[in-house]
Design a protein around this ligand. Structure first.
Ligand code: PGA
Length: 249
């Protein structure tokens, strides 16, 4: 068991209004009044529910993050949200480079710029990397995730190792119910850690697994040496399942 405290982070994606977010928090706090000590919990709602979720979780040991930020602090960027705006809601982190955003056009360079921007503004980062099914089948997984990690961390300092977590999320496992086996997840999380070590402290940085994590498979995934937590999509919307994943950690 490493010294790294596991992180269980929920990515709500485009789900839950402020009222629904508040109800989720009330339910979660009732279900897990005293969370296990050696586990960190984070919740990443849509921008519109950030403030509601932050205020619902005051006094509860969980932090709140957004699902992306823009690369500029302000300006003529219709529809975008800056790191400063996220911070002003009381949120302290952000997911960056999620595959659903990369598929909508976010490049490695854009992800790298946003990572730097988030850290400069004072947000912590959950950076997502992962391969498509064709890439895994072609034996390109390691090279692909190494390139994603190298690009995203190019402007990050070793001293910032504790402010970044990396989530390895094979695209073929996201929202499909098709989880990577613990062996595959472990193997690629180790590659991610090794690639990250060129830029940050590999012993400090947390590598999470994401992709159809649920209350049934969490314990086995989380018992792997290089898996320091989980980024949970679908199952994070269900208070009971998310609480069970936290307990599994
Ligand atoms: P999933 O999503 O748990 O629904 O597969 C994970 C993610 O995309 O972060």
């Amino acid at each position: 068991m490493s010294e790294r405290v596991p992180l269980i982070a929920g990515n709500w994606k485009m789900n839950l209004t402020p009222d629904e977010g508040r109800a989720w928090c009330d339910g979660f706090k009732a279900r897990l009044a005293t969370p296990p000590e050696r586990v960190e919990i984070a919740v990443c709602p849509p921008f519109t529910a950030l403030e509601a979720v932050v205020s619902s979780l005051v006094g509860y040991p969980a932090w709140v993050g957004s699902q992306t930020i823009h690369s500029q602090a302000s300006g003529a960027h219709t529809g975008e949200i800056s790191a400063e705006m996220v911070l002003a809601t009381g949120a302290v982190g952000t997911i960056l480079g999620h595959s659903e955003r990369r598929e909508a056009g976010e490049t490695d360079e854009m992800v790298a710029t946003r990572v730097r921007r988030a850290l400069d503004a004072g947000l912590r980062v959950i950076l997502c990397v992962g391969e498509r099914l064709e890439q895994r089948e072609a034996g390109e997984t390691d090279a692909h995730v190494r390139a994603q990690v190298a690009a995203a961390l190019a402007r990050v300092d070793r001293g910032e190792s504790q402010r970044i977590d990396i989530a390895y999320e094979p695209i073929w496992a996201i929202g499909t119910g098709r989880t990577a086996t613990p062996e595959i997840a472990q193997e690629t999380c180790a590659v991610v850690r090794d690639a990250a070590s060129a830029h940050v402290d590999g012993g400090v940085i947390r590598v999470l697994y994401g992709g159809s994590v649920n209350d049934q498979n969490a314990a086995e995934l989380l018992s792997q040496a290089d898996i320091d937590g989980a980024l949970v999509g679908g199952a994070s919307l269900d208070v009971e399942k998310f609480a069970a994943i936290v307990e599994a950690a």
